[in-house]
Design a protein around this ligand. Sequence first.
Ligand code: COI
Length: 349
Amino acid sequence: MEIKFIKREKLKEKPLGNLGFGKYQTDYLLYRDYKDGKWEDPIIAPFENFSYNPSMYVLHYAQETFEGMKAYRTNEGKVLLFRPLENAKRFMRSNERMCMPVIPAEEFLICVESLVKIEKNWIPSEKNSSLYIRPFMYATDIGLGVKASKTYRFVIICSPSSEYYKFEPTRIYVEDYYVRAVKGGTGEAKCGGNYAASIIAAENAQKKGFSQVLWLDGVERKYVEEVGTMNVMFKIAGKIVTAPLDGSILPGITRDSCLKILKSFGYEIEERKLSIQELIEASKKGILEEAWGTGTAAVITPIGELYYQGFTMKINNFEVGEVTKKLFEHLKSIQFGEFKYLDWSYEVK
Ligand code: COI
């Protein structure tokens, strides 16, 4: 694989002030086309609009997958990625599920690293900000038949971003009508369709003053699964409880990292089915001590309140809990290279 580079004549102005999330695009993107059963060489080109045929498969049947990663600038000016191999591997699994060609992990990493190297001046140095990296792939065949496309485009774009949510307690609506995923569906794949299907519930919750929804399982609407853009964890009577990876939830890399960190802190972890009824009981007994979401974009988001069918579970008096705070600080210190942990940081040189 050889990466071609098309230089742009003039670089863009960098944004000033609050970056928001995903609002700004950098100077370049990377794309790579799949044709005749194989991947062509990637091209790093100026970030510009693509033109498309309105019959392109992805626009009709949503054969699409994506990833979310970040590049961090350390105090010494180094550039770090966080467990990028895990993204590469998950992207392969998502593509297999969506009947799309895979990109070998090594090639995925070379593509990400090459683009980040060129765009390193776009990595913000403000606190809690980073360069959000969005690799994605979509079906590009032309036609309206429902079948796997034979051609695809893989693209990586980058966006200098600040935090997705502020690090303060959020109010979450427990969704009891819509469901996100069922076993055998696409719940554990990172594909746009999962998010499209979730929007109606998120919009309804926002109208009621909540920031996101907590999904229950798609069969009984009984067991806790995940929150809109993140996995979710609870501290109940001193133990950490989270839903197991049993096919319908996203295998979050931040989720996995948090569980490993919490284990290293000495907490007992239970990856198991947790019913909403059990949460309500725990809340009534005063043993629902903390709750937080985990995700690449969301990092750690404290949950201050859960609302389910007329019952409000206030968590830790709507204040950020001790474990939530410790986890957030620890994870950030690893991601920003202040603390070396296992082989989780990958330096882009
Ligand atoms: C991420 O955390 O990177 C995600 O992909 C969530 C995104 C939908 C905001």
